[in-house]
Structures are given as C-alpha cells and as structure tokens.
Ligand binder design. Structure first.
Ligand code: GDP
Ligand code: MG
Length: 440
C-alpha cells in the first residue's frame, strides 16, 4: 500500500518536532508514485499532492503522533475529502414509484447490483421494489434478472426481447403504480464500449421514465477506464450516483478517488461480492484507509514505535537505565499500549527484546489489562514505588479494592518483577556493548 512506500521516509523524519518542506517533499514523491500506481488520474494526483503539501509543511507535530504519522493523517484526511462525504441516500419520488435507472458497460455488474439494491431497499428502507428487465440484447439477461427476482421473492417485469426497452420501461412504471411497488429498478443493457447506440437508447429511456436516480455501475478493477466510462456516461446522461463493484477483488481503489473528483458524481455504494447482500454504503474514510494500506502501516513494529510518545520514551529510557521503573510507569505504559494490540507481542518489539530470555513467560492477556490497571490503581503511592512491601494482607486489600483476586494481584506483581529484571538485563547489555539504547 501507499503507507509501505512512505515507510523509509517516515523513518527519516521520526523524532522531529516540526515537519519541514524537504520532509514533506520526499513523502509526497512517494504519495504521487503510489497514487499513480493505484491508477489515480494524474490531474487528481497533482492537485492532491499540492493540497497535502500545503497542509503538512510547518505543522507542529502533535504529541500523540510521530511526524510520519502526522503526514499520513493529513494524507488520509485529504483522501477522504477527495471522495466526498458518505452519500448512500437514495432519492424518494414525491409520487411513487421512485424510478432508478441502472446503467453501465457489459459485465460491470448492473444486473447483479439491481438485485442487490432491491434487496437493500427492502431490508434497510422497508420498500417494495419491482425489477425491470430492459436488457433485451444480452442472451439470458432477462432470465438472470428473473432468477434474482425469484431469490428475492420480488416481481420482475419483462416483455421478452422483442419489445423495445423504452416501451418496457413505460409499461413497467404503469404496472408498478397499479401494484403499489414504490421503487422501479430498470436494468438496462450495456455494451463492451461506450457507443452511440447505447447512449441513444438510454437517453430515450431517461426521457420517457424521468428517473429519480441514474446509477452508473462500474467495475473497480478496470481502474482508469472506469473513470473514462464514468465521464462519458455523466456527460451524456447526467448521473446521480456511481456504484463501484468488485471491490472485494484485488483492486487498489484508485478508481474511487478519480471518479468522484473527475465527474463530481458521488460514489454511493460499493459491491463487495456476488451475493445479494454484498452491497454497502460507500465510506470514503474506509476507502482512504484501503488506499493508504493502513493495514500495513499498523504493523506491530510501526505501532510499537510510533505510539510511544517520544518524550515519554526518553523519560522511560532514563528510568530503565537507572532501574527506577515503578508500577506507576508500568500503568502508564499500559495506557499507551492498550490500543495497539497484544501486549506480549508489543513487548517483543522493544529494542533489545530479542536478547531477553524469558520474554515468552511474560504473557499478558489483553483482556486482563483492565484488571491490571485496576490493581495498580488500588495500590498506595508507596506500594507502587516499593512493591516488595506488598505483603499478604496488602494483597488481599488490593484484590478487594480492585474487584479482582489475590492470585491476579500475585501474578501482576510477579510479572512486574520479571519485567524489571529484564530491564536490568537490557541496560546491562547496552552498557557492555556501549551502544546507545532505548526506544527509537
Ligand atoms: P452486467 O452485464 O453489468 O449486468 O453484469 P452482471 O450483473 O451480469 O455481473 C457480471 C459478473 O460480475 C457476474 O459474474 C457477477 O456475479 C459479478 N459481480 C457483480 N458485482 C460483483 C461484485 O461486487 N463482486 C464480485 N466479486 N463480482 C461481482
Ligand atoms: Mg446485465
């Protein structure tokens, strides 16, 4: 993902208090490459990089973030912005039925999406849709929609393949009024390429049925082509929304970025599979994360290194050196790592941890962190600094005060002791090797 590309640059600017122009420039070079690689329109990329650079340069680094994270944050915010807000609302006609035209190239997923959308309309909005088979050209297209209708137990309007799609649409709307179907979803024909005949037919259907929505269905896998398709459909028909299908596949999501900014048409839904429930509202933020490859950036190393506040880390390092690490420090550490993942995994990421034997014994269950916190909070100030003074009676009191048990208190104290031991070991190793240690 994009974040991968940013890694080395992130390493370089780590520890800085302010992000300078050169840092941003370097990161933006990676951003530009990654976006182009994700098949984002070059004009969009240019505009985007400019915007992010302006925002990122000279920013004070927030305490909770490293400079690298800060730039990533700006990038993510701008990516989200570029794709617009959440737009999953569907029009409702003043006088039913609400007519939705589904358009797009062959194989984009129109018919499937028609079924999915009908399903969503019923499930989420309690509507009663009718499906209309207006693709009379593709063999078995009518049958395909009828099969979907059967699966959904929804009416499918069809007049076979000898009546014009315009006539089919007209009669379907009349029938829907009669039968009190409040939504009419017209599944239209596609071609392999945008051509005049296709557009003419769609324009005629549009004129006659005055649709409340015209949804373009595009295959996300086609990347930049999807953007061109969206542009020509929008110019000719005036789209009200885009449905991006096949996002469950191995697509990088570049189309999502460009479609919105090139056509000014919102992406309303995304298709995430072949099944009838695999249609979701489009979340720009989620897509931004996907493009960024947040999954990657949240690798444990990054998490462990990035989330420990730089200042705190220095302080901590000092404490570890002087072995004055207390239970209070431990508690604070817990607070920092709580959101990052399994604690024992994180501890392994600590510098020097690979040299520590016995780390595997230091298993701390994430679910127990809250208990651990409660236990430490139930200790007196003095006990936290001198845990060796915590005798059996005190353990009982602490267990009671924290709503835990004596064995839990014992376990924590033992773990803390081990941790301290390891820290001494670590400090020892560092001194022997005369290396500068601590958190990076
Ligand atoms: P149409 O020609 O535009 O009507 O396209 P279809 O609805 O017939 O879909 C073409 C193929 O794409 C079918 O095999 C669908 O099952 C598949 N498809 C549609 N949407 C999705 C999706 O979101 N994810 C996946 N994996 N496949 C999809
Ligand atoms: Mg079809």
């Amino acid at each position: 993902g994009l974040a991968d590309r940013l890694q080395s640059t992130i390493q370089k600017i780590r520890g800085k208090g302010k992000i300078n122009e050169a840092d941003v420039k370097e990161m933006m070079r990676e951003v530009r490459l990654a976006l182009l690689e994700a098949d984002v329109n070059f004009k969009v990329v240019k505009e985007f990089v400019k915007k992010v650079s302006e925002r990122a340069v000279g920013q004070e680094v927030m305490k909770s973030l490293t400079p690298g994270q800060q730039v990533i944050k700006v990038v993510k915010e701008e990516l989200t912005e570029l794709m617009g807000g959440e737009q999953s609302k569907i029009a409702v006609a003043n006088r039913p039925p609400t007519v939705i035209m589904m358009v797009g190239l062959q194989g984009a997923g129109k018919t499937t999406t028609t079924g999915k959308l009908a399903n969503l309309l019923r499930k989420k909005y309690n509507r009663n849709p009718m499906l209309v088979a207006a693709d009379i050209y593709r063999p078995a297209a009518i049958k395909q929609l009828e099969t979907l209708g059967k699966q959904l137990s929804m009416p499918v309007f069809s007049l076979g393949d000898q009546v014009s799609p315009v006539e089919i649409a007209k009669q379907a709307i009349a029938k829907a009024k009669e039968d009190h179907n409040d939504y009419v979803l017209i599944d239209t024909a596609g071609r392999l390429h945008v051509d005049e005949a296709l557009m003419d037919e769609l324009k005629q259907i549009k004129e006659l049925s005055s649709p409340d929505e015209i949804f373009l269905v595009v295959d996300a896998m086609t990347g930049q082509d999807a953007v061109n398709v969206a542009q020509s459909f929008n110019e000719q028909l005036g789209l009200t929304g885009v449905v991006l299908t096949k996002l469950d596949g191995d697509t990088r999501g570049g189309a999502a970025l460009s479609i919105r900014s090139v056509t000014q048409t919102p992406i309303k839904f995304v298709g995430l599979g072949e099944k009838l429930d695999a249609l979701e509202a489009f979340h720009p933020e989620r897509m931004a994360s996907r493009i960024l490859g947040m999954g990657d950036v949240l690798s444990l190393i990054e998490k462990a290194q990035a989330n420990v506040d730089e200042e705190k880390a220095k302080e901590l390092e000092q404490k570890m050196r002087t072995a004055s690490f207390t239970l209070d420090d431990f508690l604070e550490q817990l607070g920092q790592v709580k959101t990052m993942g399994p604690l024992d995994e994180l501890l392994k990421m600590m510098p020097g941890a690979n040299k520590m034997k016995g780390l595997n014994n230091l298993k701390i269950d994430d679910k127990q962190i809250t208990h651990v916190e409660a236990i430490i909070q139930s200790m007196t100030k003095d006990e936290k600094i001198h845990p060796e003074t915590i005798n059996a009676n005190r353990r009982k009191r602490i267990a009671k005060g924290s709503g835990t048990s004596v064995p839990e208190v014992n376990r924590l104290l033992k773990q803390f002791e081990e941790m301290k031991k390891m820290m001494k070991q670590m400090t020892g190793t560092q001194q022997k090797g005369k290396k500068k240690g601590g958190f990076k």
